[in-house]
Design a protein around this ligand. Structure first.
Ligand code: ARG
Length: 368
């Protein structure tokens, strides 16, 4: 059999890597029931988790239809990771109305909690329906997708509410920027880092053909950004230093509605699973809402261990300010974001952030 090798590797790795959800959810009988073409597709999704047995998720979707096509596999992975039932259905909703525990009027003002102005950021992952997901794209696909997005960006650039410019890493692109300009955008948290350094993305094929088809659109005020060609086709985000979370949340919703209405752009979604993303950790909303906050007392030992212990029950994840898998800042600045993305609404995510920060502030004060 064509996949005997991989099947036995999975079986051999399974016992020693209980935390690798894709390996744990792989069912050889289900796999055997698939056609050879389907088997190839599903094996592609698992490649990153086989090559990196220390993975927590251990798989990425490679086609927009993979979650629906391989539901018996993905339902298990999703249930385990997101702690939901295997038949859970996702619902999208941006309205804060009816969510409990928020200030009346719905203004989520961190200053009212006694917090200083913070870097606030909300991003969503989006993928176009008419391309493979990044793990299965050819170099030509990546460049064609970038070309299609450049047409869409010209509409934003012509609009005084957005303006700005597109910056490309693709050799020969008319908007190509040099390495120094790229590094400056990375340092400003505007552009993403070289993905080929991420072994999970590399093994998934998502980092392939770097830097072809990679770039970012940045609005005139630098508060609205669209990454092209990272882990998802698009990462669409709003950033601002301030106190009112609604500002970045509402601006993102408005911008997202505008972009999704541009002719020819259709975002992949699943009837039961909501927004389709490469990584099952992001499925549903594709949303990560975060702030950078200084918590020197909870990080006094130089690690994020205490902060993580406090944040976990609040539904919050702790990262370094350099992004995923980066250490915390020397001054105790960390990136805090709600952990949930799936079977939670967009509005609930922003509410979890607001309520969690209120409690985190109390814990930080108590730890002094
Ligand atoms: N593939 C890695 C794992 O399974 C990372 C998953 C979450 N991170 C991400 N950027 N999607 O552990």
């Amino acid at each position: 059999m064509r996949f005997d090798n991989q099947i036995s590797r999975i079986a051999a790795l399974k016992d020693d890597h209980p935390g690798n959800l894709a390996l744990q959810s792989f069912d050889a009988d289900y796999f055997a029931s698939l056609t050879e073409a389907e088997q190839g597709r599903l094996m592609n999704c698992l490649n990153s988790g086989i090559e990196n047995p220390d993975s927590e998720m251990g798989c990425y979707a490679c086609q927009p239809s993979d979650y629906d096509a391989f539901r018996p596999f993905f339902a298990k992975v999703l249930a385990r990771y997101h702690k939901v039932d295997e038949d859970a259905r996702h619902v999208n909703e941006w309205s804060l109305e009816g969510i409990e525990g928020l200030p009346s009027g719905g203004v989520l003002d961190l200053a009212a909690l006694g917090l200083p102005a913070l870097s606030m950021r909300v991003r969503v992952g989006r993928n176009l329906t008419d391309f493979p997901l990044p793990g299965a794209m050819s170099r030509d696909d990546r460049v064609r997708l970038e070309g299609k997005m450049m047409e869409a960006f010209s509409i934003l650039i012509a609009d005084p509410d957005y303006g700005g410019a597109y910056h490309s890493l693709t050799p020969g692109n008319p908007h190509e920027i040099d390495d120094a300009a790229y590094q400056a955008l990375v340092a400003d948290h505007v552009m993403f880092k070289d993905m080929s350094n991420d072994r999970y993305l590399a093994a998934a094929g998502i980092a392939a053909d770097w830097p072809y088809g990679r770039g970012c659109y940045v609005s005139e005020d630098r508060g609205f950004i669209i990454w092209v060609g990272e882990e998802d086709h698009l990462r669409i985000m709003c950033m601002e230093k301030g106190s009112v979370l609604n500002r970045v949340f509402d601006r993102l919703k408005t911008a997202l509605d505008k972009v999704s209405k541009i002719d020819g752009l259709s975002f992949a979604s699943s009837l039961d699973y909501g927004v389709v993303t490469s990584c099952p950790t992001n499925l549903g909303t594709g949303m990560r809402a975060s702030v950078h906050i200084k918590i020197p007392n909870l990080t006094a030992d130089g690690t994020d261990a205490k902060a993580k212990e406090i944040c976990r029950p609040l539904g919050l994840s702790v990262r370094g300010v350099g992004g995923e898998h980066t250490p915390i800042g020397a001054d105790g600045t960390v990136d805090i974001s709600p952990s949930a993305r799936f079977c939670i609404t967009e509005a609930e995510i922003i509410a979890v952030l607001y309520k969690g920060l209120s409690l985190l502030k109390t814990h930080e004060a108590e730890a002094s």
